[in-house]
Every structure is written in C-alpha cells, then in structure tokens.
Write a protein that binds this ligand. Structure first.
Ligand code: APR
Length: 240
C-alpha cells in the first residue's frame, strides 16, 4: 500500500465517517440494500412525519437498532482512528454520520455525532435529554421521567438540522488533512464537507469500498474495506 502523505503532530486532521466504517462490525449500510434499512423504507422510519404518524412503529425500529448495539464491537478501522487520536490529540476530530457509538467504544473522545445517537433520546414536551440506558423502554412509546411527555430517539431525521454545524464549520476552516471514510457522499450537508475542506486547502483522502459521489474532490483514494486498509494506512501516515 502506498500513500504520499505523512502527518506530523502539528497537522490538523479531521475525519468524516459514514456507515461503511461500521460494516465490518456487522452493521448494515444504508444505500446497499435497495434503499431499505432493515426492510424499512427511509421515509417510514427516519422523518419527523413518520414519527408523528406512527410513533410506536418508529420506536420499535430504533429500539431494535439500540438493542442490536449490545452485541456490536468496533472493528480494526475504528481502532486505527483511535491510534490517530492518540498521536494527534487536540489536532484531531472525528465527525461522524453514524449513530452507533462505535468510535467512542473504540476509545475516541473527540467525536462529533452530527446525526445524533442511538444511545440517547429526548422529550418532545420538555426537551430534556436522557441516555437510553436510563429509560424504561418497555412502553410502546417511552415516557419522560420528568414530565411524562413522549420521548423520541435522539436521531437527526431527514428534514432536520444536523448537530454541531457551527463547530464543524470552524473546524473545516483550519485543517491540513480531511479524510472521508465509508460514506457514499450522497447526504447533505455532510457530503459538502469534502468540498469545503478542499476549498480551505486541505489534502483530502478517501477510504471506501466504492467510489463516492463526490470523488472529484479527493486527492488520494484507497479503494477497499476500511477495517482492512486503515490499520496499515494509519501506520504509514504516522511513520517518521
Ligand atoms: N469499508 C469502507 N467502505 C465501505 C465498507 C467497508 N467495509 N462497506 C461499505 N462501504 C461504503 C459503501 O461503498 C458506501 O459508499 O460505505 C458507503 C456507505 O454509504 P451509505 O450507506 O450511503 O451511508 P452513509 O454515507 O453513512 O449515509 C449517510 O444517510 O441515510 C442517511 O442519516 C443516514 O447517516 C446516514 C447518511
């Protein structure tokens, strides 16, 4: 394997991850299954309208995904990114579209979960946030321990504004390397970060099973599984 890049401790390195990095942990990606997520159409489970229409069904879907996480472990791709954070410290950030918490399970701390987290929920009435593990998930629609309002999963659904947009904007203004890993580059605004990073003169690197939609903005592309490629790539990027 070859790469023309070497990271120093002074380099600011930002990684954008998507469903592909968790594929080797056994989680399904979104766009490789005829547009179906665990046999649901996106509009059925991932929009505020779907939750309004059938909150029980939407909760069933997210509870199933939440409980599935108990058996899911980070893979070598996640651990390679932990190694990067260990070396780069505050000069490193992961921006993830994933809601599975696997980066944190691998030990990463500087992670921005722009699409929310399966581990969290919040009250639709009083807006208080809770960890799922602290909530009684038995009722069809779990209730807020504070005000008895209906809880909802803390997932950014289609049509909603992703989290940390201000922070991400600031981070992308001042970076040396931008890595995109395991994302198809089809969902905005995340897909546009690559373009923004490039406009801000970052070196851009892609690691993906197939060429993403926004391939045009990638300087160096590594085609394959992130769990197989990243451990070696990270060692090369950090080699002195
Ligand atoms: N290693 C690297 N890349 C992989 C692997 C792997 N082992 N397996 C699959 N991929 C690639 C696929 O080729 C695809 O390009 O990962 C990408 C996954 O793309 P999507 O399924 O579209 O997932 P993602 O880009 O994360 O979707 C973005 O869309 O549905 C919404 O909110 C949801 O966060 C999600 C967002």
């Amino acid at each position: 394997m070859k790469t023309k890049f070497r990271f120093t401790k002074e380099d600011k390195v930002v990684v954008l991850t998507g469903a592909g990095i968790s594929a080797e942990s056994g989680l399904k990606t979104f766009r490789d299954n005829d547009g179906l997520w665990e046999s649901h159409r996106v509009e059925e489970v991932a929009t505020p309208q779907a939750f309004q229409k059938d909150p029980e069904m939407v909760w069933r879907f997210y509870k199933q995904r939440y409980f599935q996480l108990e058996e899911v472990k980070p893979n070598p791709g996640h651990f390679a990114l932990k190694k990067l954070e260990d070396h780069l410290g505050k000069n490193f950030f992961i921006i993830t579209q994933n809601v599975d918490g696997l980066h944190q399970k691998a030990g990463n701390e500087r992670v921005l979960e722009m699409h929310g987290s399966l581990h969290d929920c919040f009250c639709t009435k009083c807006s208080t946030r809770f960890r799922m593990k602290d909530i009684n998930l038995t009722p069809d629609i779990p209730l807020c321990p504070e005000c008895e309002g209906s809880l909802r999963p803390d997932i950014v659904w289609f049509g909603e504004i992703p989290y940390y947009m201000k922070e991400i904007d600031a981070i992308l203004k001042n970076i040396n390397y931008f890595l995109v890993i395991g994302t198809s580059g089809t969902v905005q605004p995340a897909a546009s970060f690559l373009y923004l990073a490039k406009m801000n003169r970052a070196n851009t690197i892609g690691v993906n099973l197939a060429e993403p939609e926004n391939m045009l903005f990638i300087n160096e592309f590594h085609k394959g599984r992130s769990g197989e490629l990243l451990p070696e790539l990270v060692d090369l990027w950090l080699a002195t």
